[in-house]
Ligand binder design. Structure first.
Ligand code: HEM
Length: 321
C-alpha cells in the first residue's frame, strides 16, 4: 500500500469515523486535485491563470463541487443524527459539529461556533494539511533507511526489542528513541513543507531593518535546516545521532528545527503526524526489510511540497518469523 493510501485512510477514519468510505471518496478526489494543481503551477505562472477556463481548471472546479456536495451530505446526515439524540461520535467531524451546536440561536444558526460551510472547509483543510505531508515523511523515511541499511537495522532492533512481532502499544511507541531520532533527521533533511509565510501586522524591526505592517515574510525551513553555521559541517549527511539528546541540543540554535512551523499557528497535527509515522514505520519494520529499486533516482523536488520527483520505487522483502 503506498504511504498516501495509508495516511489517507487514517485521516478518513479519524475525521469522519463511521462515514469513512464517503470520506475516502473525498480524499481520492482531493488527491486528483493536488495532482492537477501541481501540474498547473509547475507549467505556467501567469497571474489569474488558475481561473482561465482550461480543461484542467474546469475539472478542478468540478472536483471542488463534488467534494463540497459529498461533505454537505455527510454533515447534514450527522447533524440530523445528533438532533435525534444520537451521541456525537469521537471523530473530528463529531467534535466540530458538537462545538457548532452548543452555540446556536433560536433559528438553529451558529452564533459562536462554526457555520456548516466553515465545518466543511475545516474538513477539507485537515485532509490537505494532514494526508500529503505525513505520506511524504514516510516516503522519505523509507528512502533514507534504504540508503542507510545500518540505521534500518538499528530501528528494527529497537522495534523488535520493544514489541517483538506483536501489536504496538501506545506506551511502547512513546519509548521509541532511535525511530524518533530517525524521523527528526528525515524531517530536517527533507521537510515536507519547505517554507511557510508570516505577515507583519504592525511596524516591526528585525535584524536592524524596520518593516511596515503588511509585509509578507517567507520562513525558509529547508534553507535553515541545511545551514552549515547552525548544524555543522555534516549538515547534508543523514546523521540521526545529532538528535540523541533531543531537538534543543541537535544544533547551535534550538529554534532552527521547525518542520511543523512555529508560534501560535504551529501545525495542529504535529503529534498526530509523528504518532502515525512512528506506528506505520514500526509495523513496516516488524514485517519487512526494504531497499531501493535500481530505477530510483534521487531528485528531491519542491513544488508545494518536497517530494522525490520520480517517485520512490522500493522493494520489500518479507521477514520470515
Ligand atoms: C509530517 C507531517 C506534517 C508536517 C510536516 C506539517 C507541517 C505543517 C506546517 C509547516 C504548517 C504551517 C505552520 C505555521 O504556519 O507555523 C502546518 C499547519 C497545519 N497543519 Fe500540519 N503538518 C503535518 C501533519 C499534519 C496533520 C497530520 C494534520 C491534521 C491531522 C495537520 C493539520 C494542520 C493544520 C490544520 C494546520 C493549520 C494550522 C493553523 O493555521 O492554525 N498537519 N502543518
Amino acid at each position: 500500500m503506498p504511504p498516501r493510501c495509508l495516511t489517507g485512510d487514517v485521516i478518513s477514519q479519524t475525521a469522519f469515523g463511521s462515514s469513512y468510505l464517503e470520506g475516502r471518496r473525498i480524499f481520492q478526489l482531493q488527491t486528483e486535485q493536488i495532482g492537477r494543481f501541481m501540474a498547473a503551477v509547475s507549467k505556467i505562472m501567469i497571474p489569474g491563470y488558475m481561473s482561465f477556463p482550461t480543461k484542467n481548471n474546469r475539472r478542478m472546479h468540478q472536483i471542488n463541487n463534488e467534494i463540497e456536495s459529498i461533505l454537505r451530505g455527510i454533515i447534514a446526515k450527522r447533524m440530523q443524527a445528533i438532533q435525534e439524540g444520537e451521541s456525537t461520535k469521537d471523530d473530528l467531524l463529531g467534535l466540530l459539529l458538537e462545538s457548532n451546536m452548543t452555540d446556536t440561536d433560536e433559528n438553529g444558526q451558529s452564533t459562536l461556533g462554526m457555520s456548516a460551510d466553515e465545518v466543511m472547509e475545516e474538513c477539507k483543510l485537515f485532509y490537505f494539511a494532514g494526508m500529503e505531508t505525513t505520506s511524504i515523511l514516510l516516503t522519505w523515511t523509507m528512502i533514507v533507511l534504504s540508503m542507510h541499511p545500518e540505521w534500518q537495522d538499528r530501528a528494527r532492533e529497537e522495534v523488535l526489542g520493544l514489541f517483538g512481532k506483536h501489536k504496538l502499544g501506545y506506551e511502547g511507541v512513546n519509548r521509541l528513541k532511535i525511530v524518533t531520532m530517525i524521523l527528526y533527521e528525515v524531517l530536517r533533511l527533507y521537510p515536507p513543507a519547505t517554507a511557510f509565510t508570516r505577515k507583519t501586522y504592525k511596524k516591526i524591526e528585525i535584524g536592524g531593518i524596520t518593516y511596515p505592517a503588511g509585509v509578507m515574510f517567507e520562513m525558509p525551513v529547508l534553507y535553515i535546516h541545511h545551514d552549515t553555521d547552525i548544524w555543522g559541517e555534516d549538515v547534508h549527511q543523514f546523521n540521526p545521532d545529532r538528535f540523541a539528546e533531543g531537538i534543543s541540543k541537535a544544533s547551535k540554535d534550538p529554534g532552527a528545527f521547525f518542520p511543523f512551523g512555529w508560534g501560535p499557528r504551529i501545525c495542529i497535527g504535529q503529534n498526530f503526524a509523528l504518532l502515525e509515522a512512528k506506528m506505520a514505520l514500526c509495523m513496516i519494520l516488524q514485517r519487512f526489510e526494504f531497499e531501493l529499486a535500481p530505477s530510483y533516482t534521487h531528485t528531491p523536488h519542491s513544488v508545494m511540497m518536497l517530494r522525490p520527483m520520480h517517485g520512490a520505487p522500493i522493494r520489500l522483502h518479507t521477514i520470515s518469523s
